[in-house]
Design a protein around this ligand. Sequence first.
Ligand SMILES: Nc1ncnc2c1ncn2[C@@H]1O[C@H](COP(=O)(O)OP(=O)(O)OP(=O)(O)O)[C@@H](O)[C@H]1O
Ligand SMILES: [Mg+2]
Ligand SMILES: [Zn+2]
Length: 511
Amino acid sequence: MLVKTFGSAIHGIDAIIITIEVNISQGKKFYLVGLPDNAVKESHHRLVAVINNIGNKFPRRRIVINMAPADIKKEGSAYDLPIAIAILAASEQISNHRLNDFVMMGELSLDGSIKRVKGALSMALKAKEDNFIGIIVPLENVMEAAIVEGIDVYGFSHITEVMAMLNNDTKDGLVELNADDQLLKLNTYTFDFEDVKGQENIKRALEIAAAGGHNVIMIGPPGSGKTMLAKRLPSILPPMSIEEALETTKIHSVAGLLPSDSSLVSARPYRSPHHTISDAGLVGGGTYPQPGEISLAQNGVLFLDELPEFKRSVLEVMRQPMEDRIVTISRARVTVDYPASFMLVAAMNPCPCGYYNHPDKDCVCSPGIVKSYLNKISGPLMDRIDLHVEVTPVPFSELADTKAGVKSEIVRQRVIKAGKIQEFRFKDQKNIHNNAQMSTKDLSIYCQLDESGRNLLKIAMEKLSLSARAYDRIIKVSRTIADLDSSEFIKTEHLAEAIQYRSLDRENWGQ
Ligand SMILES: Nc1ncnc2c1ncn2[C@@H]1O[C@H](COP(=O)(O)OP(=O)(O)OP(=O)(O)O)[C@@H](O)[C@H]1O
Ligand SMILES: [Mg+2]
Ligand SMILES: [Zn+2]
């Protein structure tokens, strides 16, 4: 008898429906065709054990399994469930009347329990698009899949439960969630700006960065609070829209990183990979392509602490994705794209000993060493960082007395307001959403300076020996400062503030 079930494969962050046909006839052999990898081929032995262990009979007949479309590689053990169900139906041990209604995936343990899979959210989205009535996923994945509305999502922890549901047409295992509720319920942050005492100028700089989507680097001695500040940045960014949350969740789901009790990544991600990370770890890759940190940070913050310690080659591979906001991974058989739209926050000590420019500690590094430390960061990467912020520590004696800072929520409201101005400004521009994304050409359209503004900038460039690349960044940042001030025009005060955020461009840095 011939029976069909449906599973899915992941390509990038999207799912493709895979049809599994099982035909059982006279004879004795087991054939599995349709580009299965070794893990799929080995399912034969697992399935014999599972089906016998749950008290059914693995048919001792000629079994042909065909997985289509044939040109897509079928990887991993997650096809166990749709193959097992198809074999049971083709051998008339369960009813086949609802098999066309569902897409199902799940890895099976030898006792028949169902283990989690990657990409359940993408699978649910695709199944809905293709008009399936429902999907069947491991219980551990049911929360992420159930966020998709308009399709029945069932979660099970054992194959016998799936068999009972298919036989008896029950609604057991059905889970319903409301995406908007989940977004509100889960949209909370552990860290708040109010924990950071003093440092008003740094918080101001981070507010500007958040408002205009600018990448930022913090330079300061050990213990000055750089990591503490970076961790709080997601809490002042605008809340994610449902589209953004789904997109970020898809990436985490495909990477198998969603906790089983979580349905949606609804707080903006904060990723802080260690400086020993590999190219593939940062931008994605591997034999079976997986998203890297820059994609896991999608719609959130990528924090690179101790930036000069990262291998130059690793930072170099980030360049193109930062420009395109997408990363393309090419392998012999496939090319996949992962989104990579994130805000980069970097931190570094000002010199190898850490105390260059420190108010009361002496730096033991020679000027040459300070300069070469800075030069470890590649120019092209520095070109994509709009704000430089020097962090000096709040003296220990003052920490206890200094009053608590302003709450993240208040800062966030200002950031949202400035964001709305930018949304309106760029409403006809498909590829620009915020000030940071403007090109040099856009600057002449959206960032006109008046006479006194141009003069101020000219004097600053000369006096502070700012390099040419500082010029555009200063104008961009001043546009955001003006937006935070609800000012249509860039005023000299906005430019004056923006000029402060280019410390690393001063040609005399390190002297
Ligand atoms: N302004 C501040 N308000 C409250 N606590 C602070 C402040 N600055 C520093 N601290 C305390 O000092 C600790 C060290 O700060 P943090 O780890 O963020 O410093 P850092 O600049 O990242 O240092 P390193 O260069 O060593 O990584 C924080 O965890 C926090 O407890
Ligand atoms: Mg730190
Ligand atoms: Zn030093």
